[in-house]
Design a protein around this ligand. Structure first.
Ligand code: DX5
Ligand code: ZN
Length: 213
């Protein structure tokens, strides 16, 4: 599956870019929300997402790069999130948080920064719908892919199988047409791509190129 990241879209023409994604075979629309605290950048928030939800025909894969993400469970549901991804690094009571997200009617994703070992998910992986592996330090689009991600995918894939988990593996950051095939082969189910899609010069053709790998 492919989830183009709206962070790299043309914010002056969001409706146009969302419509191009609607007409494509992309699977989800990835939405990056930042707070300037957990990550050193601020993107956009729920008032924008409310309109994105009205325009998008693709399920919204919301990635919260914020502290205290569970404060916003109801807000995420209200603006149409299909998947709510929260970071492991800001979640002291992860089981409680994941349960609350699911009880609110969304799928629950847990996100790991590049330095956070997948082994820390051993006792929660059976209870989550998705694990989002950051393959760059979160906060900005257009960064260089971190190669250690391949080994994390493989280790997570074997943990998921061993634990009888149904969790999907998603990879986010520095994904492009040159590394996508290897990421899928390593065991990724969903790839996020921002710059590679929206700054390619031909959004629709690039999405189809990803989907035809
Ligand atoms: C980074 C975000 C990513 C970002 C990816 O903090 O979480 O979703 O949009 O952008 P690219 O694909 O350009 O690295
Ligand atoms: Zn993201």
């Amino acid at each position: 599956m492919l989830a183009p990241s709206l962070l790299s879209a043309d914010f002056g023409n969001l409706a146009r870019d969302i419509e191009i994604v609607n007409r494509s075979s992309a699977d989800w629309l990835h939405i990056d929300i930042m707070d300037g605290v957990f990550v050193p950048n601020i993107s956009f928030g729920f008032p924008v997402l409310e309109y994105v939800n009205k325009l998008s025909q693709k399920p919204l894969d919301v990635h919260l790069m914020i502290v205290e993400p569970t404060k916003f469970i109801e807000e995420c549901k209200r603006v149409g999130a299909m998947m709510m991804n929260i970071h492991y690094e800001v979640s002291p009571h992860l089981h409680r948080s994941v349960t609350a997200i699911r009880n609110a009617g969304m799928k629950a994703g847990v996100t790991l920064n590049p330095h956070t070992p997948v082994e820390l998910l051993e006792d929660i992986v059976a209870d989550v719908d998705l694990v989002l592996l950051m393959s760059v330090n979160p906060g900005f689009g257009g960064q260089k892919f971190i190669e250690n991600t391949y080994s994390k995918i493989a280790r997570l894939r074997s943990m998921i199988e061993r634990r009888g988990s149904k969790a999907l593996i998603e990879v986010d950051g520095g994904v492009n047409l040159d590394n996508a095939a290897r990421l899928y082969q390593a065991g990724a189910d969903v790839l996020v791509a921002g710059n590679a899609v929206f700054r390619s010069g031909d959004i629709a053709a690039t999405i189809e190129a990803f989907k035809n790998l």
